[in-house]
Write a protein that binds this ligand. Structure first.
Ligand code: SF4
Length: 407
């Protein structure tokens, strides 16, 4: 056991271990592979930081002060005004305070902001991820990445064309939320839009269920009463359908679930969502039937409507037969093209008609309003391709009222 960390690991169930305090190097390899040597400030619980503070012979209340700064998105010890300089220095020496570097921020005409971050972990330093903030009148949603690239290769998805490069650590997942929180504090949106984070969706780059340990640990951190205090009901995992992992998610963290369905016909889904070859619709059906959904809550079946590929009558009939309308709803998504994409989207009129036919069968169906497509921040468009050699973050603003209050 590493000398600094004395709190034992919390064993959640027999399949997933994740830390209450920063684990030793050996345990870190077991939980979030390739995590760097130093613990990351975003992934520290209050108890873990208190244990470190005790090792450093500092008063216990300093841990709470540091965590309060961290929860506001302030990660640089030099900005922590009430922390004495010797402790700031120790923090810098012993902890990785800012695991992500902001490379680029783009602002859409609708207020959506897309962020490109580079990892700092030595083996993966410079690798890019993207995160998106989507403001509405009464809520602000952060869409976070869980991997660099993706282990899967759904052919309609821009991220899938990047291939898989790395799993993020829990600290790197939470650091996206904290960086956006700090940015919104520094440059709030216009008054008709929500400028704080109320909801989290794991719908950015990567398949979250293929990075299970880090994602589960990050959910813990999001919900932590001493941390960001985001309720389970405001967290959504979007997955292409990794059945065993979804079962464990339901057992451990029954957050909202969104399934990238995109076809209810096995032959077609094998192409559109290749993980279907391993977990076909029959297995997915059983898994969804068992997933715990609270009263008044529904799982979401995401369905990107592609011209001629999955928008025909037989597709509609298969979807009607597949869905359990008491527990599930359909979210029809407009296809957002990217350079070289092999599909075109169904027309808006066709989407509305498709939705109407579902509704006429008693199914809840909505057409998702696309956000941020002018900055390639919409669903399926994320792919980090900015060069990592920038020394200064590039800030690109849209010239609209949706942007900042006078900055
Ligand atoms: S749709 Fe999701 S699972 Fe499929 S390639 Fe894109 S990011 Fe990966």
């Amino acid at each position: 056991m590493d000398g600094l960390f004395t709190t034992s690991l919390k064993i959640i169930n027999h399949t997933v271990n994740y830390p209450e305090a920063p684990p030793s190097a050996t345990m870190r390899r077991m939980t979030t592979p390739s995590v760097q040597d130093k613990p990351q400030l975003p992934e520290l619980s209050l108890a873990a930081l208190q244990a470190m503070i005790a090792e450093w012979k500092q008063p216990k209340f300093r841990a709470r002060q540091i965590i309060d700064w961290r929860n506001k998105g302030v990660l640089n010890p030099d900005m922590m005004k009430n922390i004495p300089s010797d402790l700031r220095q120790t923090l810098k020496d012993e902890v990785c305070c800012e695991p992500l570097k902001l490379i680029r921020r783009e602002c859409s005409v609708d207020g959506t902001r897309k962020y490109v971050f580079a990892l700092r972990r030595h083996r993966f330093a410079g690798k890019m991820i993207e995160s998106v903030f989507i403001p509405e009148e009464k809520r602000g949603t952060v869409c976070i990445s869980s991997q660099v690239g993706c282990v899967l290769d759904c052919p309609f998805c821009h991220t899938g064309t990047q291939g898989f490069e790395a799993n993020l650590t829990a600290g790197e997942i939470i650091a996206q939320v904290l960086a956006i929180k700090a940015d919104l504090h520094t440059e709030p949106l216009s008054e008709d839009l929500h400028s704080d984070i109320s909801h989290i969706v794991y719908m950015g780059m990567g398949e979250p269920m293929a990075n299970e340990a880090a994602v589960f640990a990050s959910i813990d951190l999001l919900m932590d009463a001493d941390g960001l205090k985001i309720s389970r009901r405001r967290i959504t995992i979007s997955t292409s359908g990794l059945v065993p992992q979804i079962q464990r998610l339901g057992d451990i963290h029954p957050v909202n679930l969104a399934i990238s369905l995109h076809s209810a016909i096995n032959d077609k889904r094998d192409t559109l969502v290749p993980i279907n070859r391993k977990y076909p619709l029959e297995k997915l059906r059983q898994c969804l039937n068992a997933y715990p959904v609270g009263k008044q809550r529904h799982m979401t079946l995401e369905y990107v409507l592609l011209d001629q590929a999955n928008d025909q009558n037989e597709d509609l009939q298969a979807l009607i037969e597949f869905i359990n309308p008491d527990r599930e709803r359909v979210n029809l998504i407009q296809f957002n093209p990217y350079p070289g994409s092999p599909y075109t989207g169904a027309s808006k009129q066709h989407m509305r008609e498709f939705a109407q036919k579902l509704i006429s069968k008693g199914i809840r169906a909505t057409v998702r309003r696309s956000r941020g497509d002018d900055i390639m921040a919409a669903c399926g468009q994320l792919k980090a391709n900015t060069k990592a050699d920038s020394t200064k973050a590039e800030i690109i603003k849209a010239d609209t009222k949706a942007q900042t209050k006078g900055k």
